[in-house]
Design a binder for this molecule. Structure first.
Ligand code: GCU
Length: 345
């Protein structure tokens, strides 16, 4: 009941926000309102990054643009919000790459379990703007383009029961993101996959509809999942980035100077988000453990890797569009494996 009310409230709010001001070029005192939607709370690193984005745009183009940020899936869950960005009803949305797979299947690569072998490799790949821009252009046909990435940490399983080995996942109903690759991954681990939007997870665990989910540590605190799932197992199966996605017409309508301001605002927002991320993950672990009573379990990661050992090759066989990016990531992975080995000598 409460869930339904929240959904209705969000829908009414979205309708009001989008309806009152019309669609493509809303104006406040002559200024174009730029709307950004995201799924996180107002203390989350992404919200803080977006505040920087707003500050920079308004400092430089404040006479022309006012940036408004809508957190907490207020304008709809990721897939809905992407559709709104696609049509231009809103201008920007932050969403994980899993939500982009149906628009450009190159993004499936990030759903591969154990794709990145170190955080260093992950960051280097994502920070290589020249390379990533080719990937970001892949949704142009769909009417939107990624401007920058945000760190969303490392994903692991958490549930109402402890998970020590992949065998413990057998028969558990685990929420995954709404993408085919995410469903396949959960199945490969031996779990029953239950795709649903992020905002539905808390109630679904609470009501016993699912046994758990998989995400970074901030889901326990920022989204309060630690209140209903008390066991978090560090099996570390994915590092999936979030993306700042822009309506392409909006981007193309900017003058060269304006575009530079928006690009720089995006870059600065990532800088802020990354710094906040590292700090907040440490805090989240502490809060989850000490205040929420969540038990963090260090598992034998190799057992989990073995369980899904064929998935990468299966995905490559099925989708040739991910091969180039996959190879590129492997090259970067190798660089850091070498460094680790040298360091150990
Ligand atoms: C993280 C991530 C989101 C994603 C969510 C989910 O919070 O930052 O982009 O939507 O997980 O699992 O749905």
């Amino acid at each position: 009941m409460k869930g339904l009310k929240t959904v209705c409230a969000a829908a009414i709010c979205a309708a009001a926000v989008l309806g009152m001001t019309g669609c493509s070029s809303p104006a406040a005192g002559g200024r174009r309102i730029v709307r950004i939607s995201h799924a996180q709370s107002e203390t989350h690193p992404e919200h803080l990054g977006l505040l920087k984005f707003k500050e920079y745009v308004e400092e430089n183009l404040g006479d022309k643009y006012e940036v408004q940020i809508f957190p907490n899936e207020l304008l709809g869950a990721a897939q809905k919000a992407i559709e709104l960005t696609q049509t231009g009803a809103i201008d920007f949305v932050v969403a994980g790459t899993a939500n982009l797979e149906t628009f450009a299947d190159v993004y499936e690569v990030f759903s591969m379990p154990y794709l990145f072998t170190s955080e260093e490799a992950y960051h280097e790949v994502m920070n290589d703007t020249d390379y990533m821009n080719q990937v970001y252009e892949s949704t142009d046909e769909a009417g939107f383009r990624v401007l920058t990435w945000y760190n969303a940490g490392t994903r692991s399983f958490y549930a109402t029961k402890p998970i020590y080995t992949p065998d413990d996942l057998k028969g558990l109903k685990m929420r995954v993101q709404q993408s085919p690759a995410s469903v396949n991954m959960a199945k490969a681990f031996g779990a029953a996959a239950s795709p649903m939007s992020f905002g539905e997870v808390y109630t679904a665990i609470q009501q016993g509809v699912i046994d758990g989910a998989e995400n970074n540590e901030l889901a326990l605190t920022n989204n309060k999942h630690g209140e209903v799932a008390k066991y978090y197992s560090y099996n570390k199966h994915q590092m999936v980035p979030d993306m700042l996605i822009a309506n392409l017409k909006f981007l193309n309508g900017l003058s060269e100077e304006e575009r530079e301001v928006f690009d720089e605002a995006a870059r600065l927002s990532t800088e802020v988000e990354l710094a906040e991320w590292d700090e907040q993950v440490e805090q989240a672990k502490k809060i989850a453990q000490e205040d929420m009573g969540v038990e963090f379990i260090d598992v034998d990661v190799q057992l989990f890797k073995d369980k899904v050992a064929n998935v990468q090759q299966d995905m490559l066989d099925e989708n040739p569009n991910i091969q180039d990016l996959y190879d590129h990531i492997q090259e970067v992975n190798a660089k850091y494996l070498d460094t680790e080995e040298e360091g150990e000598e």
